[in-house]
Design a protein around this ligand. Sequence first.
Ligand SMILES: [Zn+2]
Length: 757
Amino acid sequence: MKRLPLNGSEVYPVNPCALCVYAFALRASVALVSLLLAAPHLRAQNSILGFTPSTAEHEAAVETKFKSIPLPAEERRQHRIFTAEPHVAGSKRNNELAEYIRAEWKKQGLEDVVIREYDVYGTNPKSASLEMIAPVQYCATLREAPLAADPDSKNPNISGSWSGMSISGETTAAVVYAHSGNPEDYDVLRKNGISVKGKIVLVRYSNPYSYRGFKALTAQREGAAAILIYSDPAEDGYKKGKVDPDGPWGPEYHIQRGAITYDFMVPGDPLTPGWASVPGAKRIPLDQATSLPKIMALPLSWHDAKPLLENMDGPVAPPAWQGGLPIHYHLGGDRVRVHLKIEMDNSTQPYYVVEGRIRGAELPDEWIVLGNHRDAWAFGGVDPSSGTASMMEMTRALGQLAKEGMRPRRTIVVCSWDGEEVGLTGSTEWGEQFADELRQKAVAYINVDSATSGRDFHGQAVASLAPMLVETTRSLQDPSGKSLYEAWKATAARESEQGKQSGQVNDSGVARDNLADTRIGSGSDHTVFLNFVGVPVIGLQFDGPYGVYHSAYDDFYWMNHFGDPGYRYHTLMTQLWGVTALRLANADLLPFDFATYAENIRQFVNDLAKNEERIMWGQPPSAVRPGEARQLPTLDLKPVLDAIAAFETQGKRLNDSLRQALASGKLDPEQAKALNHGMMQVERNWLNPDGIPGRPWFKHILYGARFTYAHLELPGLTEAVEKQDWPVAEQQAEILRQALANNTKLLNELNARLDGK
Ligand SMILES: [Zn+2]
């Protein structure tokens, strides 16, 4: 196994004694500027979005100091602490880790460190068994075999196979193979005369990917008695490459655990939709909880799925349904019969969110919120403990800066979430509890779930923050020796090329420097911030070949051999996360770019209208052939496009005015405060209090997620158009137009203020 050398990754090596001087200098003082002018390596960094030339110099010095603090050896030490034992949500170990974080944060110098308790409807396995009774007898192992090379894989505390929020039950039934378990797969079965009513469906995790909870809901709607979800070697196993312990892909026995909660309906505690599960909170009855599944579910390794698949009869499955096992996949029918029994303990239990902060020196009531979830299906080598280790080094570095007098201007709030894996639970409850305060104070939320499973950077941001995220990556050094920006660009270009070759649409915008992914779906803790509170979000992750997701093999051994040997990407994540937070925390004028936002929204509208002949732009198309009984277009999106253009005009004007104000170096603090508060309001204005049709919890009108977790732009409008429900589409288009008009008015007011009117 190749081991990569350690590297401190400082971009700007600086004499630490000089930094002590910077640390105690006043912002923008003459002394500081002259010192920096004498340091040419820092002068390169004299322009940062949102900063005046002099505050940018100071910011560069603070960032240089910050980047010098995290150490690969410390990242590894923290990673070992979090991956020493399995720590699923609600477990004793996970709660001990909450206490550990609280104690560490206090030592590191964080303030107001508290543990918040939420009494939520949790999920725990009691027992599960699966036995094939015909045509041959086979008892599924439902466990992961230890690997000789990996001591942690022998840990007796590793759970067997289970699906979070499965119901308890027992059934004996025939097994049908339903490919990926998406609705169109059941259509194929129907065409072949196969009903799944009362039967057990066996589905693959991917190809194409859909969230397992959507697979469970689909099986439930089809009337299946239970769903078994297995990992086919074509997707994350030996068909991809060498398997653990010799490579990063999933071995024969790996089980992808995971919850099937219908959190695409409403995330968080299923019994408190829209309000916090603080002790004593009111709760809805179980039978009214729309996010609770009503079906048994169990994940399987391919070792346990293979005997079922190879004994099935019925028609041969279509070519696209054939997987990586050396057998012919059949659709099944009645030949394979199994006895399945699942006993769960789903009941109310406490989850714990750890919260700490570095109080802002100048604007303590403006918050940059950072978060990572703590709970893992087993050890959580990648998911989430790589992110947790990066967070612990980030808080250590932030604490050290504060101790040395480099306190951020705004407050940085850091949270360790619980129960993300169950239903984005801890972050959702916290976000619901503090929604009003967050709407007043939150500038942005930066999420890191898994920090790294490889070297390929992926950054997500709402469009208004995309330019500042891209700019930030220019000041960080990738372990490859390039800047992170160059490394990101290379990754994006490669993926765009791969996308083109596989016939997918290439919209990554590499050529135009639009590297940040602005199409944000669900599936992690940013959801409550963006979709419920209306806080702009950023998400950061490095990834690579990774076949052990949510299995017991996602652990310390895997990380040290495949994911990030040397912990250089953990360290880089700490630097990136912290520097992004510091820029938002210290900016004179918040680095929002609403012209870019407008451009993105126009793209979303154009994508929606593509191939939809019942959408028009101001006038109906004239070309209806004689005699053709074609319905005229019904939805006119011209008013929306006009509203986007008006918003873009004000956004461009604001960009220019802000740039000029910053370049002048003269900013009135009251003026800056008013401008920043105005800009913070823009994201809140994208919320519709009624939510999107059918899903009132999801209030953002630009960003949503499909039931599969896939990103869904203009969710209310798009879903109405897809259903060809034109009255609702018209109403949703009007809501969008109105929000654009409100934000245009707001930006116009900010522009007038800058013009001194
Ligand atoms: Zn995660």
